[in-house]
Ligand binder design. Structure first.
Ligand SMILES: Cc1cc2nc3c(=O)[nH]c(=O)nc-3n(C[C@H](O)[C@H](O)[C@H](O)COP(=O)(O)OP(=O)(O)OC[C@H]3O[C@@H](n4cnc5c(N)ncnc54)[C@H](O)[C@@H]3O)c2cc1C
Length: 387
């Protein structure tokens, strides 16, 4: 098979893909990045301090305050009418001896900032065309592009989302499950300030979370049954706002929509291994879960940070370097992927659990966190992905 030849190909132009392409280029490899232009990403991402530190050290962003909004408190309100309810809990970053848990960014400007960083690397060639086929040929992966050309390289990075073509071509097994719940997101202007506190109202079918987005603006992430969200949207703007005000217990006064609302279907996806045979999977090609505890992109950026470590550790001088990178990467990622996936799954199940023992465990857990500083510190580390 002929076609252009390079050292690494990165497939997927989402946040994980551009960050991965930059990491590979920073390792000095000739890199082709397949990043078709998609619809604008309407989501926002609460990124914990270790992720923000990584983005800064990789020069993907400058000072976070140029782009995002600090998150210094997390308030949890149990809004269920269950028999056993959790206490209202306020987590303050100062309890962990830090100024903020993290920063909240709108994905679209964050992606633009990543692109500006990528443009600084002469060894990184961006093609705005997708991959349509991926096959192994000797020690190379050969990728066919949407315009019929082919490109080959020993290292192939999948950052092509949940339905990853790279993952299936490499035979990396994924388990998937979809939920009845979806997430509705939009920007809201509030009449009372939210400060730098992210506030989660826990309802029986999922949390209703307002995340500070500067001034009196908040990003809403409302998880509920897909049918409930569809009905809410169908009722028109005033109906939607009335629901939002009621769900937020009128703590923020009158609300107005600062963006259209969008709904994202939810599910979980996990892989047995995140790399093999010269292929590595990053971001949602390797893991996806509901947006609770702000874990998705944080985990995706930890993938990229580990990819950078594997590239630095293995180098590219030995004959089988790309296979060795993928093996090293899979080993590095195994524990974090299992731990984070397990944590989000447990959290999501406990939020939805109708059974008394589960309610008691969750309420008891929050009481323990509220009352025990040492436990709270451990929970901060786990939630922030500190290793
Ligand atoms: C409502 C919601 C709120 C969230 N909030 C947070 C949060 O607060 N904090 C957090 O850490 N995470 C959050 N997440 C998760 C986070 O948004 C995702 O983990 C992250 O955006 C995934 O990035 P990605 O690049 O892996 O995938 P994607 O953004 O899905 O990008 C995949 C890319 O691959 C491209 N692609 C697909 N197939 C091909 C192909 N064949 N060839 C070339 N390109 C291809 C697609 O066009 C796309 O651009 C949230 C998720 C949702 C749904």
């Amino acid at each position: 098979m002929s076609g252009a030849s390079t050292q690494a190909i990165v497939v997927g132009g989402g946040l994980a893909g551009v960050a991965a392409a930059v990491a590979v280029a920073q390792a000095g490899l000739e890199t082709v990045h397949l990043a078709p232009v998609g619809p604008p990403d309407r989501r926002t991402s609460a990124l914990m301090m270790p992720s923000v530190d990584y983005l800064q050290s990789a020069e993907l962003i400058g000072a976070p305050e140029e782009l995002g909004h600090a998150l210094s408190q997390i308030r949890i309100i149990d809004a269920t009418h269950r028999l056993i309810r959790a206490p209202e809990t306020l987590f303050d970053a100062s309890d962990a001896g830090i100024a903020a848990f993290g920063w909240n960014f709108a994905n679209a400007p964050l992606l633009e900032c990543f692109h500006a960083c990528a443009a600084r690397y002469g060894n990184l060639a961006v093609q705005t065309v997708g991959a349509t086929n991926v096959v192994r040929d000797g020690t190379d992966w050969v990728v066919t592009l949407g315009d019929g050309r082919t490109v080959r390289a020993p290292l192939l990075v999948g950052a092509d989302g949940k339905k990853s073509l790279v993952r299936s071509a490499a035979g990396l097994r994924a388990s998937e499950r979809s939920f009845n719940q979806s997430a509705l997101v939009c920007d809201l202007d509030l009449t009372r300030p939210i400060g730098s506190t992210s506030i989660e109202f826990h309802y029986p079918r999922g949390p209703f979370t307002l995340v500070p987005a500067g001034g009196n603006r908040a990003n809403l992430v409302w998880i509920d049954d897909a049918t409930v969200l569809a009905e809410a949207q169908a009722g028109g703007t005033e109906h939607l706002l009335a629901i939002f005000e009621e769900r937020s217990q009128r703590l923020f006064g009158k609300m107005s929509l600062a963006s259209p609302s969008h709904v994202f279907p939810l599910g979980v996806l996990s892989v047995d291994r995140a790399g093999a045979d010269g292929v590595v999977l990053t971001g949602e090609s390797a893991h996806a879960f509901p947006p609770i505890g702000a874990q998705g992109l944080n985990l995706g950026l930890r993938d990229v940070a580990d990819l950078a470590r594997s590239l630095a550790e293995v180098g590219s001088s030995r004959g089988d370097w790309a296979v060795a990178v993928s093996q090293d990467y899979a080993k590095r990622r195994a524990a974090d992927l299992a731990r984070t996936g397990g944590m989000v799954d447990t959290l999501f199940r406990s939020l939805l659990a109708d059974m008394l023992p589960a309610q008691a465990l969750r309420a008891g857990g929050l009481w323990a966190l509220k009352l025990t500083p040492a436990l709270r510190k451990q929970a901060f580390s786990l939630g922030m992905g500190i290793r």
